[in-house]
Write a protein that binds this ligand. Structure first.
Ligand code: IMP
Length: 437
């Protein structure tokens, strides 16, 4: 099994970091292939908690090679801070971290622009980005003229390039900023990035070639998705999405590895739904039940600290992203958070303009008008964080899992009942296959 992929099936924050860490013990390589410092992956090992935004979650395991591939947008300051904090905690990354020279760099002007847009676009049109410069950086990548790649940091003409881009960008940013001052000084940026360049130099390589070699050597490679499929730029709830292909379709493009080398795709979802930032969210709970889920699930953003919007499990959405990603097995996360409810609801279809629909609408306007049609299941009162086998769970929890599997059309291989590695139920994979309804 050379290529295993971990993909989020909702709006991100599905606890993918825990699963990557769990699977890493059987891997040689972990690859991040899209997104950037907007991600927040938490790995808990015993008493130690690692919060990673930029580095692949495999970095915690000192046996594993980690690749930040071409499709990622790199924020040098964040990546260096993470490297240094791991070194301070006794985790050496030298020789275990490769940074693609093809990856694009998030520059100071991208951060300023992200901020300015966030202020300029208000109300229901506000995407509520993580303010990490992701959209502007990917836009410059596609636009090409003002892009900066990691490999460019090493070029002799880097300083001239910064001067050229700052001269072009400053008037635009000042026009956007109106009364606000814009602080963008080419010489200061050159000095700052010269420092980053020297620290990053040992990690910068042509990782595409190296990864292709590793694939051909049949190494065990884990592709770690960031964000979730519903935030995919092409197939998510546009425009309330991130600027990369965060669903399963993005793996090949971002990593530079053909689909035929990807053997198994695990779709990760919470047993309820969350979303941070703006955009439609049909099953959102704006009541006390939503607040209970937020409190018990500690649903606050790893990157921005924002409270996450919480809601019931949306089987229409996850069935869609399961199909989009070609998912082989599910990982159902945070089941323990649902203990203590008399009943639980699952969205099985929507009512859209008076009609029942069972597909996920392609437009944000339609999704905003979609009214969830729920099925109600009995809840359970017991705490389940000590469960290590499906048989340890209350019957209502098992029924809840089975119903999700049936509605989504895919079996669960993992059920998570707490943040620690050990708090994971590995389901029997020899069960009879489940047919999508
Ligand atoms: P951006 O990726 O910072 O441009 O943000 C675009 C949208 O994606 C916003 O709604 C963010 O809240 C959301 N987003 C970006 N990264 C993550 C993530 O890792 N988890 C959850 N939501 C995210």
């Amino acid at each position: 099994m050379a290529g295993t992929c971990i993909i989020g099936l909702q709006w991100g924050d599905e606890a993918k970091g825990k699963l990557v860490d769990l699977l890493t013990k059987n891997m040689d390589v972990v690859v991040r292939y899209q997104g950037g410092a907007n991600a927040g992956h938490t790995v808990v090992v015993g008493d130690a908690v690692y919060k990673l935004h930029h580095l692949p979650s495999g970095i915690i395991n000192d046996r594993v090679l980690n690749i930040v591939a071409a499709g990622v947008v790199v924020h040098p300051e964040t990546i260096l801070r993470e490297i240094n904090s791991l070194v301070d905690r006794g985790i050496d990354v030298q020789g275990r971290l490769l940074l693609s020279d093809r990856a694009h760099v998030v520059m100071p002007w991208h951060l300023i622009e992200d901020q300015l847009w966030n202020v300029a676009v208000s109300g229901e049109n506000n995407i509520g980005t993580t303010l990490r410069g992701i959209g502007p950086c990917y836009r410059d990548k596609v636009g090409r003229s003002y892009a900066v790649r990691v490999g460019d940091l090493l070029r002799a003409d880097f300083a001239d390039r910064v001067r050229e881009i700052v001269a072009a960008r400053l008037p635009v940013l000042r026009a956007m900023a109106g009364e606000q001052a814009v602080d963008l000084n080419a010489e200061a940026i050159i000095a700052e990035f010269t420092g980053y360049r020297e620290q990053l130099r040992p990690f910068i390589v042509d990782s595409t070639q190296i990864l292709l070699d590793l694939v051909e050597q049949d190494k065990r490679i884990l592709y770690e998705g960031a964000q979730g499929s519903l935030l995919d730029i092409d197939h998510g709830t546009f425009p309330f999405v991130t600027s990369s292909n965060s669903s399963g379709v993005g793996i090949s493009a971002g990593a530079g590895v053909a689909a035929k080398w990807l053997n198994k795709v695990i779709g990760v979802c919470k047993c309820y739904s969350t979303r941070v930032g703006g955009g439609p969210f049909p099953t959102e709970l704006l009541d006390e039940t939503g607040e209970r889920i937020r409190t018990k699930g500690r649903e606050y953003g790893t990157t921005t600290g924002r409270p996450r919007r919480c809601g019931w499990f949306d089987a229409v959405a996850v069935r869609y992203t399961r199909r989009l990603g070609g998912i082989d097995r599910l990982a159902l996360m945070m089941l323990d958070v649902l203990s203590g409810h008399d009943e639980l609801k699952i969205c099985v279809a929507y009512e859209l303009d008076g009609r029942r629909i069972e597909h996920f609408p392609g437009s944000a306007d339609e999704l905003r008008r979609a009214i969830p049609i729920y099925e109600t299941l009995p809840g359970w009162q017991e705490e389940i964080t000590e469960a290590r086998d499906l048989a340890d769970l209350p019957e209502a929890a098992i029924n809840y899992i089975r119903r999700i599997e049936t509605l989504v059309g895919c079996e669960a291989e993992f059920v998570s009942v707490g943040p620690d590695r050990a708090q994971t139920i590995i389901c029997d994979s020899s069960r009879a296959p489940i047919n999508a309804f």
